[in-house]
Ligand binder design. Sequence first.
Ligand code: ATP
Ligand code: MG
Length: 237
Amino acid sequence: MRGLSKAFGGLQAVRAISFDLAAGEILGIIGPNGAGKSTVFSLIAGQERPDAGDIAFEGRAIGGLRAESIARRGLVKTFQTSRPFSSMTFLENVMVGALARRVGLERARAVAMEQLVTVGLADQAHSPAAWASTGQRKRLEIARALATAPRLLLLDEPFGGVDRPSIDALIRLLAGLRSDGMTLLLIEHNLDAVHRLVDRVLAMHLGERIAEGTPQAVTADPRVVQAYLGASEPAHA
Ligand SMILES: Nc1ncnc2c1ncn2[C@@H]1O[C@H](COP(=O)(O)OP(=O)(O)OP(=O)(O)O)[C@@H](O)[C@H]1O
Ligand SMILES: [Mg+2]
């Protein structure tokens, strides 16, 4: 992406953000609350239209396209706050992702089951999604995204609310996806998970990019430390 900007009324949520992502890479985006991270994701995945800037995926311009058409090109995102269809089962929720590929119902059911196995939720397949814990909702969201067969997966805080043992399992899952050739872009506040998973980190603050580099270099960068210390959320500092 090049020069990506987005304002909401008088608030400049994203200001001239540019970065590249190589195939098979895992890039992390960090930054305090309100930095504009989720907005960058919405711009890439087509939930919001950029005011300015260009986005290309596999050599083709996708800026301003609709989310469904971007998803069909192999780029999909998970939501920071996932809202599964609570009247449907885990399996049916994941089938929604599979059906976005315009496959038949039986094929969608098989793909969905496969992805529930991948994220470790197979035993919940026929439970109502309304019963899902926070950690299960995160994994359900990932399964639904995987069912669309993405080549680039955008994960908005995949470790948020996930308990310690499940974090290790989730790191193994994401590292495995990358080994299978998937490219990952993730927003994360859990810096330990970021250190263990990503190749490169981009730090944002107040809509701008303030640092980029290895996890070690970026988390030690004085501008990044200052951004977190000045942030209103003490837990993140
Ligand atoms: N649809 C919207 N309408 C108005 N303002 C918005 C909208 N979406 C985001 N914002 C504002 O834009 C800014 C950036 O929000 P964004 O959600 O991208 O931040 P973030 O870095 O993801 O924060 P967090 O870590 O809390 O998730 C915030 O000030 C937010 O209130
Ligand atoms: Mg966010």
